[in-house]
Design a binder for this molecule. Sequence first.
Ligand SMILES: Cc1ncc(COP(=O)(O)O)c(C=O)c1O
Length: 400
Amino acid sequence: MIELSPRLSRIKLSPSTMAAQRVRELKAAGRDIIGLTIGEPDFDTPAHVKQAVIDAMNRNETKYPPIDGIPSLKQAVQRKFTRENGLDFALDQIMVGTGSKQILFNTFQATVSAGDEVIIPAPYWISYLDMTLVADGTPVVVNCGIESGFKITPNQLESAITKKTKWLLINSPGNPSGAIYSRSELQALAEVLRRHPQVWVLSDDIYEHLRFDGVEFCTMAQVAPDLADRTLTVNGVSKAYAMTGFRLGYAAGPKALIGAMIKMQSQSTAGVNSLSQWAAVAALEGPQEFLADRAAAFQERRDRLLELLNNVPGMTCDRPQGAFYLFPRCEGLLGRRTPSGKTLESEQDLVLYLMDEGGVAVVQGEAYGLSPHLRISIASSLENVVEAGRRISSAVAALR
Ligand SMILES: Cc1ncc(COP(=O)(O)O)c(C=O)c1O
């Protein structure tokens, strides 16, 4: 076996991907499991997007694309930012990557050096941590519990900043909490950032279109235009347009930063799959009305599952304002005994119990930096989500 780089030992495989794999194995073995582990819309990719791929193929759009993105897509992204966010970017301030995941990876590889600190409010999307570590950076995790609505406060931000702070990561609507930062909350964070010119802010807006109850969406570049020269706005088509497999994300920010990220990408994947780029043009330039219908479907699932979970003694569930996860606190279930006499010592025990005895697969909060919680994805049919809620209730009712 070849000797592996020490870099590799700093990172891990995604717990939700591993849980999803376990669900597939159990289902293949004939078990009745409802898998609510994955962050992927269950809807189909829209028909006009599929057609755009066929058309692009027939036009022979199959050659190496430009590293930063085909002009038509960069223009579509430019128009998206103007239309939806009131943000004006020049084309050399925009780039396209293989998923917003690669955009984030490029960002950290291009900007983070040993000793640089990255402020990550917890709960967080796990990859922020691993990507910081693989770039030799130091994650500074700030605990943002249910009491503060899972959001970092200006005081917490002020105390977390040091001379070495490079980035603050904001993810709104957030995975796994579903929390959304209001305009005034972002303004208050911007006020802190103004006192610390060394700190850059990365806004991961991938769940922008998945919002409930008419809550407004704001992004840092919009509310604090004076911070534009140190703000990176990241988004993509995966979640809104049910296009996870196309692997297409994009970013806009200062020209020099985007240039550095393009340089980094030029030595990894280079340009994004040409057909995915044409698909994304169709998604961003095509009809947008269905986005609200899909968000409404997620909202109904949220409401139905919340109703069931809030009647489960020992669980407390905040009402997520967006994204497609519920993140109940489950402290009251730890220490209880299962019908077979096993004490639930940890979140992990609870997750295994719900999977083995309840027939529902969810992910432990620890994977997202905040315990004891469970992340329950509602990116599954209403029927599945409701049945999962019932199964969780009965499994908990059987505890002693
Ligand atoms: C918060 C957040 N950001 C980014 C991503 C990456 O999305 P993609 O690479 O599909 O654009 C995800 C996916 O789960 C996510 O939850």
